[in-house]
Design a protein around this ligand. Structure first.
Ligand code: SAH
Length: 472
């Protein structure tokens, strides 16, 4: 069978749907959206159809059986009754008159397939397996849905709006292609994708007026890479990782995640070296700005979430001072990732009504925290960077009123193939840490929710076998 994919202007064209059950309802939504004038003939109508047609002006319904004359003057017919012989009759009659007909349950017998659609209107991607396998079609659709940003519609809208203006300014096809390629490759398209449409339009207007193609000034993506498991990355993080020219990363970004970065991107490590000297924050800020000013797409990749103990705020502040375009992509923070993968809910109606994320390492190197506020029952404490200060942390919490038997969990290299969960309490956790050679990163969770670990643990680091020894 040969199929020609076509996009047809269907507005106002007549569509007949014979049948009013579940199958008909599946076809109904895209057909109504295409602005056809739809008539449904069926002895009965399913509840979901009544729901779909609410407030739809392009829909009529006749409660009766199909008659041969119904096919006259139709543009498209959907045969979707639960009687196969009637469906076949409809298909036969329609084909004789060269009317497009879709057999809802046996599409080979019709002459039209209704594709699966990835809709980023005005961009539409229609997928068909030529009736071979709807499951395969769905799989392709799901894959495409994940890689094409939702905001692509907005990008297409802007390009549509400026099509004629660009044509007016640039007479040759080559110039126009150059203009649009530069637009799509640079910060203007990212501006549109991240919702700054008016700002992007202003720059477009200016560059058209001056007839200078908006140059790629460079931009910074501050992206959260999550706690370690690459599958915890967001679609947006992955997209920008594959777009960047240069990547600035530190110790907490795991190797499997680094492997997802565009192959030819330059990678600059700014974390702690063996001698324990990380690049000073000030220099990182300058580096980001310099690379962006050179016109590069700079990915600042951070473990977890950039705005949770990630100094993301400081980096963005300096970009704002230099007027450099940027985007921030949140990541799954260590507390969420480690808690989930350790089977420790951070809140629970019976055990904990609040959860506090705390740093166990202050700027001046001390652990002078507000112990009075922290030492309360029925709340969960999550200490980032808490391993070295664990002795002080546990002692102070006991001193300020928490029971020495309050459960504590140390999660080592959470969400990776090397994850370990060590359970103790406030009285013995410092000793456990001292006696075991533990390699960071580790997260300390304190509170009654830790009791749930035994019951709720599910993650088997061995599931990731073959990916052992993830470098942090
Ligand atoms: N921005 C990061 C936190 C950076 S601070 C985030 O949102 O997760 C660094 C601390 O995070 C580490 O010292 C450790 O306490 C914690 N951490 C990060 N990843 C971790 C992991 N996979 N397992 C355990 N702790 C982790």
């Amino acid at each position: 069978m040969n199929y020609l994919p076509l996009f047809i202007d269907t507005s106002g064209k007549k569509c007949l749907i014979v049948g009013g059950g579940k199958v008909a309802s599946r076809k109904l939504i895209p057909i109504l959206e295409s602005n056809m004038t739809v008539n449904m003939i069926s002895s009965d109508i399913a509840d979901e159809i009544l729901e779909i047609i609410k407030n739809k002006k392009n829909f009529t319904y006749e409660q009766r059986n199909f008659e041969e004359k119904d096919i006259n003057n139709q543009f498209l017919i959907i045969a979707a009754t639960n009687d196969k012989s009637i469906n076949s009759l409809i298909a036969k009659l329609a084909k004789e008159k060269n009317i497009l007909v879709n057999m809802a349950e046996d599409s080979i017998k019709g002459n039209v397939l209704i594709p699966s659609v990835v809709d980023r209107s005005p961009i539409k991607i229609a997928i068909s397996s030529g009736a071979a396998s709807p499951i395969l079609t769905r799989l392709v659709k799901t894959k495409l849905e994940t890689i094409i940003p939702y905001a692509f519609s907005k990008l297409a809208d802007v390009m549509m709006e400026y099509r004629a203006k660009v044509k007016e300014k640039y007479s040759s096809i080559k110039e126009r292609r150059n203009f649009w390629e530069t637009f799509l490759d640079g910060p203007l398209s990212e501006m549109v994708l991240s919702g700054h449409i008016e700002k992007a339009k202003k720059i477009l207007d200016k560059s058209l007026k001056e007839k200078n193609i908006p140059s790629n000034t460079g931009e910074v993506y501050l992206v959260g890479a999550g706690p370690g498991d690459p599958e915890l990355l967001s679609f947006k993080a992955l997209r920008l990782m594959q777009k960047a020219d240069v990547v600035i990363y530190d110790r907490l970004v795991s190797e499997p995640i680094m492997n997802l970065i565009r192959q030819d991107a330059e990678k600059i490590y700014v974390g702690k070296q063996r001698a324990d000297h990380a690049m000073p924050q000030e220099n990182i800020n300058q580096l980001l700005a310099r690379l962006a000013i050179e016109g590069k797409k700079v990915l600042r990749l951070k473990g977890g979430d950039p705005f949770i103990f990630g100094r993301g705020g400081e980096e963005i502040e300096s970009l704002i001072n230099d007027d450099i375009p940027f985007q921030i992509v949140p990541g799954i923070t260590a507390a969420s990732g480690c808690a989930s993968y350790a089977g420790i809910p951070l809140t629970h109606r019976d055990y904990s009504q609040a959860c506090i994320f705390v740093t166990g390492h202050l700027r001046d190197g001390t652990v002078n925290l507000n112990w009075k506020m922290l030492a309360h029952e029925k709340q969960t404490l999550v200490f980032y960077m808490g391993m070295h200060g664990s002795k002080v942390i546990c002692e102070e919490l006991i001193k300020h009123g928490l029971k020495a038997t309050t459960p504590a969990a140390l999660i080592v290299k959470g969400t990776t193939a090397d994850q370990e969960v060590i359970i103790g309490d406030l009285s013995n956790m410092p000793k456990i840490i001292l006696e075991n050679k533990i390699i960071p990163p580790t997260l300390l969770i304190i509170g009654d929710v830790v009791k749930l670990h035994n019951k709720l643990k599910w993650f088997e680091p061995m599931m990731m076998q073959g990916k052992k020894n993830i470098r942090f």
